[in-house]
Ligand binder design. Structure first.
Ligand SMILES: [Zn+2]
Length: 95
């Protein structure tokens, strides 16, 4: 049974995820926000339910896509801004 770290009450409910930290960072650590019905303390607890696992997979997928997109963009910029070398004159030919 999950208990509130502040008042030790067992009247703890799942709290909605808010913001970037709770939506994208906490799931990677298998944690989610909980709220105490007694003292209204909000805390992060360990959770490995199917929803947390799904969210973790989603976050990993988004991370992977973002990383590959960033790499693709970087590669594109790199090839676009690379100095264009003038074609070198073949040895033995006159201009
Ligand atoms: Zn409490």
């Amino acid at each position: 049974m999950r208990r509130c770290p502040m008042c030790n009450s067992s009247r703890v409910t799942n709290s909605h995820r808010k913001g970037f930290w709770e939506n994208f960072v906490l799931p990677l650590m298998a944690r989610r926000p909980f709220g105490c019905r007694e003292c209204h303390h909000r805390f992060y607890g360990f959770s490995f339910g199917s929803r947390t696992r799904k969210r973790m997979g989603l976050v990993l997928l988004v991370l992977l896509l973002t990383m590959s997109a960033a790499w693709g963009l970087w590669h594109m910029i790199d090839t676009m801004t690379a100095p264009q070398r003038p074609p070198e004159a073949a040895p033995g030919t006159r201009p």
